[in-house]
Design a protein around this ligand. Structure first.
Ligand code: ADP
Ligand code: MG
Length: 356
């Protein structure tokens, strides 16, 4: 080999090393995890992302796309949504997307499981109470009339030979998926996060929190259960969650979210499908901890409706894992959550009582 070809080889080798180093640098840069936090507004509530992953802005864009897609399909006040279309065509089978079909399937399963305390056909009752715009106590005759149409049993889901998805509600019925749509959406957000390579973070959508991974030191995240008082933004107690697969989701339903007062009674946006009433009774909030955001969302609403006795039984038997706060400041907590309570985190004026 002469000198010129030796030199050429040397130059090529050097260039190759430089190119490899540059490529490794780019890969390391792209894969470097970064913390990123942002807040958006969808489904009439705040969506907050606090994540740590490679290319977090891109991951949030993917998660936001999932939220927007669900919002467009499920918002019953948006005439172009699929839920609005089903409501306009009560009595007829309406072709819907797979997402809406699955949401309805999940909602009907939960309705069955909770004996109808969670019922997605309470739409006409919600309208009557006016929680979408101007809340008010409805006329009792109107209430009785609406109540007669409530009933998840009257909803049918079907497929046609081409694989199309159909939902049919009974004449007079109106769907309101407000108690499960956020949970369903959070489930989709979880998938979007995973696909975008995001494995660590806290995402919250209204009263629903999804934990990805188990925090930077692997011991979980501190998540507050909100004080169920008006104008309070603080926590009644703080739990350390996310270090096992069973406690990746927390969902709270309470009378402090949307309500009005009349004659000393607080009326809130959670309606008893059996009586049509939404006056606050013994409970101020119910928090369910689960691995499934749809379940946590639907069950927290259902047990709030069922009331304190049934909820305490469910906490004691392990039917649900969670926390219930009554109007006197007692925080009832599942026995198996006790080792997750952050020491000294119970707020002043509250008292912790273990159920089990
Ligand atoms: P939030 O929307 O504040 O997270 P929930 O998950 O408890 O609270 O959902 C409350 C919403 O669910 C109401 O605004 C209404 O749209 C709907 N809803 C109210 N009562 C019921 C019920 N018994 N079953 C099913 N949906 C309900
Ligand atoms: Mg709910």
């Amino acid at each position: 080999m002469d000198d010129t070809s030796k030199n050429k080889r040397r130059i090529i080798a050097v260039l190759l090393v430089i190119a490899l180093a540059a490529a490794a640098g780019v890969i390391m840069y792209v894969n470097r995890t970064r913390s990123y936090a942002t807040v958006t507004f969808h489904m009439d509530t705040y969506v907050s992302y606090d994540i740590n992953c490679p290319r977090p802005e891109r991951a949030v864009r993917k998660m936001e796309a999932a939220v927007k897609e669900c919002e467009e399909l499920f918002d019953r006040f948006d005439p172009s949504s699929e839920i609005a279309k089903i409501n306009r065509n009560a009595g007829e089978a309406v072709e819907v997307s797979e997402q809406t079909y699955v949401l309805m399937f999940n909602a009907l399963e939960l309705a069955k499981q909770t004996g109808g305390s969670f019922d997605p056909t309470i739409g006409a009752l919600s309208d009557l109470w006016g929680f979408g715009d101007e809340p008010r106590i409805p006329d009792q005759d109107d209430l009785a009339e609406c109540l007669a149409d409530v009933g998840f049993h009257k909803v049918t889901l079907s497929r046609d030979e081409k694989g199309g998805y159909y939902v049919c509600i009974a004449k007079g019925q109106k769907l309101d998926l407000g108690a499960i749509a956020k949970g369903y959406t959070l489930n989709e957000v979880g998938f979007a996060a995973y696909k975008a390579g995001c494995r660590e973070g806290i995402i919250s959508l209204g009263g629903n929190v999804l934990l990805l991974g188990s925090g930077q030191d692997g011991s979980g995240y501190k998540v507050g259960v909100r004080c169920p008082d008006e104008n309070s933004n603080s926590s009644a107690l703080v739990l350390k969650l996310g270090d096992t697969a069973d406690d990746t989701v927390l969902s709270t339903s309470g009378s402090y979210e949307r309500f009005f007062w009349e004659d000393g009674v607080r009326y809130c946006h959670i309606i008893d499908p059996f009586t049509g009433d939404c006056a606050e009774k013994d409970l101020k909030s119910v928090t369910v901890i689960s691995s499934d955001p749809r379940r946590a969302d639907g069950l927290s609403t259902a047990y709030y409706v069922m009331g304190i006795d049934r909820t305490l039984d469910a906490l004691a038997s392990g039917e649900i894992t969670g926390v219930a706060i009554d109007r006197y400041g007692t925080i009832y907590i599942s026995e198996d959550l006790m080792d997750k309570v952050v020491p000294d985190s119970v707020a002043e004026g509250y008292e912790l009582e273990v159920v089990g």
